[in-house]
Design a protein around this ligand. Structure first.
Ligand code: E4P
Length: 217
């Protein structure tokens, strides 16, 4: 399973990248706004740091506009993945960009039928938003199971990129279902380290070690 980091905060990406945990990065217009950065500059900096795919999202809502923006974003670095919304125009742009050799991440996916369209349009990634489905009382992870089953039935090469991840169990469930990628906010990635028995066990080991009066070095 690949881990993408779901943020445009360069410092946070650097810290996780130094841990060897980052296979790619996803951004969206809200994350760029939160970072307070110029989009092109932030994407360039992230692409220079991270070797894997870095998603940069278009903001035009018509296919021609999306393609014009995609051309500019693709020029930033070779590892830019163009993120388009799951609309008719987005799927049209996805097909054109994929045919032209671009890596495309189709975002804002909330149903299996939408995921089929993205795969048919040649998307490199489909981004189903599990947390936002949970928020409205639906089961986000059931959608991941459905898409993994459907893509597996036809050997679609489109990778399932679990997005809108809110807690470590989303990541664990995604891994159990065989999703290719989870894009994880830095805070959730840090939560994945935590278990109270680890802290308690380490404290006990250190206390016992202290009693021995020994030092390894
Ligand atoms: C990533 O590609 C998505 O834009 C992101 O995971 C959405 O997360 P949110 O629902 O927490 O905003």
């Amino acid at each position: 399973m690949k881990f993408f980091v779901d943020t445009a905060d360069v410092a946070e990406i650097r810290a996780l990248n130094d841990l060897g945990l980052v296979d790619g990065v996803t951004t969206n217009p809200s994350l760029i706004a939160k970072s307070g950065r110029d989009m092109s500059e932030a994407i360039k900096e992230i692409c220079d740091m991270v070797k894997g795919p870095v998603s940069a999202e278009v903001t035009a809502t018509d296919a021609a506009g999306m393609l014009a923006e995609a051309a500019k974003l693709r020029a930033i670095a070779d590892n830019v993945t163009i993120k388009v919304p799951l609309t008719e125009a987005g799927i049209q742009a996805c097909k054109a960009l994929s045919d032209d050799g671009a890596s495309v991440n189709v975002t804002l996916c909330f149903s299996a039928s939408q995921a089929i369209l993205a795969a048919k349009a040649g998307a490199a990634f489909i981004s189903p938003f599990v947390g936002r489905l949970d928020d409205i009382g639906q089961d986000g992870m059931s959608l991941i199971a459905e898409i993994c089953e459907i893509y597996g039935n036809y050997n679609f090469p489109t990778e399932v990129l679990v997005a809108s991840v809110r807690h470590p169990m989303h990541v664990v469930d995604a891994a159990r279902m065989g999703a290719h990628v989870a894009t994880v906010p830095p805070g959730v990635l840090k939560q994945m380290f935590k278990h109270p028995l680890t802290d308690k066990g380490l404290a006990a080991f250190l206390a016992d070690w202290e009693k021995t009066g020994q030092s390894i070095l």
